[in-house]
Write a protein that binds this ligand. Structure first.
Ligand SMILES: [Zn+2]
Length: 448
């Protein structure tokens, strides 16, 4: 790594068919002041590194000159190796994702179905693959959702989801663990969410992030209704990388995800992004530090430990982010949701495929696998007689303070993931019932 101080600015701009911008990735020391400064100026922060305490941003020469003029003479910046590069051809485009999905379904018809969850602005079908035994039936089983690529340039993320699909389907029937997961869970994977943006990324602008609304695009992951435009965690400037759109859920992609999540009611979700090697859980805005479901933080930390990624909220690890998918899933549908940012600074959005692809998907397998093992961990799961009960209040044993209120699913099922401990549960509805002093150290199943 080379360091420049102050005035020396020499760089080779990238040439190539889809690269016409004067823009390059610049690295700074990571501190609150620098984060705040980059955010306040709406510069494109691309990733952070908590092991080396560095932050990277995609900047034009003009923006860098502005920074040099406004910051003190002594602040440090560097150009890492050329990171604002076109992706290698091996990374997938929307057509290749559709082909992959169809091939998987043709090969494993007994354990997969493919659903079109909606269409993008340009009319592309957003595909979700269900992996489960009896895939055509909506069984009373917990649901796990995994999606990739809200942001178009994050090309490694569909590699994680396609690897997951490949792994679960090809090992079904031979690997006991995989067979059990597939038999006992409804697994839904959206391998590539922002298909229009990705198409534009391949054909027009290799650093494209948003969807393709008008000529400027909307950041789909600032467009969800929960906390939309609430904490300077997005921009009203159409040109900004985190432009939130004209209204909550204004984008067809956002609407498709919302309708889909409402229909499947996942217990867990992972949304894959790049880059930073961090695990993010709700909430995105600073004032809402404490999530209302205790297990969220604990499970985020568990995943972080498995991956050696740093866990935390968006505002702790990056900056305020409002209108993101995980806050909406968590608040509206009591999903336990995470964003996992794969890859690191110095690697960027477009890592060399042969060097990084396998390494990254292998490293990330224990992350999504942890969701399945956590379904067998501390939790209260079961079924109620439909219509007798609609919610469950959860208390620490002997306490009258409600820790969490859980809405029972329309089919009467419930999957309450907890930290290990002893709890009281109050089932409420047209009838009521209490369970007191229930020790939860692993999955406890009850019928009420
Ligand atoms: Zn992202």
């Amino acid at each position: 790594m080379f360091n420049w101080k102050g005035s020396l600015l020499t760089l080779a701009l990238i040439s190539g068919s889809v690269w016409s911008q004067d823009a390059f990735i610049v690295r700074f020391d990571l501190n609150d002041g620098m984060k705040k400064f980059l955010r306040a100026n709406e510069f494109d922060i691309t990733g952070v590194n908590y092991k080396t305490n560095e932050i990277e941003a995609l900047l034009t020469t003009e923006e860098l000159n502005q920074i040099k003029a406004e910051k003190s003479a002594n602040f440090k910046f560097a150009f890492p190796q050329n990171l604002a590069v076109e992706p290698d051809d091996e990374y997938k485009n929307p057509e290749e994702i559709a082909d992959f999905v169809n091939e998987i379904h043709a090969k494993y018809p007994d354990i997969t179905t493919v659903k079109v969850i909606g269409k993008t602005l340009e009319g592309r079908e957003i595909l979700a693959v269900k992996i489960s035994d009896n895939p055509m039936i909506d069984e009373v089983e917990p649901t796990v959702l995994v999606n990739a690529m809200h942001h178009a340039r994050e090309v490694m993320t569909p590699e994680i989801t396609t690897d997951m699909i490949q792994y679960l389907t090809s090992n079904y029937g031979t690997d006991d663990q995989v067979t059990s997961w597939v038999n006992n869970t409804e697994i839904w994977v959206i391998p590539m969410f922002n298909m229009d943006g990705n198409n534009k990324m391949w054909n027009e602008d290799s650093m494209w992030r948003k969807n393709t609304r008008n000529d400027h695009g909307v950041d789909i992951n600032r467009n969800y209704p929960t906390g939309w435009n609430s904490c300077n965690g997005s921009s009203s400037n159409t040109r900004a990388q985190d432009y939130r759109g004209t209204a909550p859920a204004s984008e067809p992609e956002t609407q498709a995800m919302m309708n889909f999540v409402e229909s499947i009611k996942p217990v867990f979700n992972i949304s894959y992004h790049s880059y930073s090697e961090i695990v993010i859980y709700p909430f995105g805005c600073r004032p809402n530090k404490t999530p209302t479901t205790e297990a969220v933080e604990a499970i985020g930390a568990e995943i972080g430990k498995k991956l050696d990624y740093k866990p935390g909220t968006a505002w702790e690890l990056l900056y305020n982010a409002d209108g993101g998918d995980i806050d909406w899933m968590y608040t509206t549908h009591q999903v336990i949701p995470f964003v996992i940012e794969v890859n690191s600074t110095g690697v960027g959005f477009h890592p060399e495929y042969t060097k990084w692809r396998d390494k990254t998907v292998l490293r990330n397998r224990p992350g999504w696998m942890h969701l399945f093992s956590r379904l067998e961990g501390p939790s209260l799961q079961g079924a109620t007689v439909a219509n007798d009960y609609n919610l469950i209040k959860i208390f620490s044993a002997g306490s009258s303070k409600v820790l969490q209120t859980y809405k029972i699913n329309p089919d009467g099922s419930f999957y309450i993931i907890l930290k290990a401990g002893t709890y009281d549960f109050s089932f409420e509805g047209t009838k009521s019932k209490k369970l007191t002093g229930v020790e939860i150290t692993k999955k406890v199943e009850v019928k009420i």
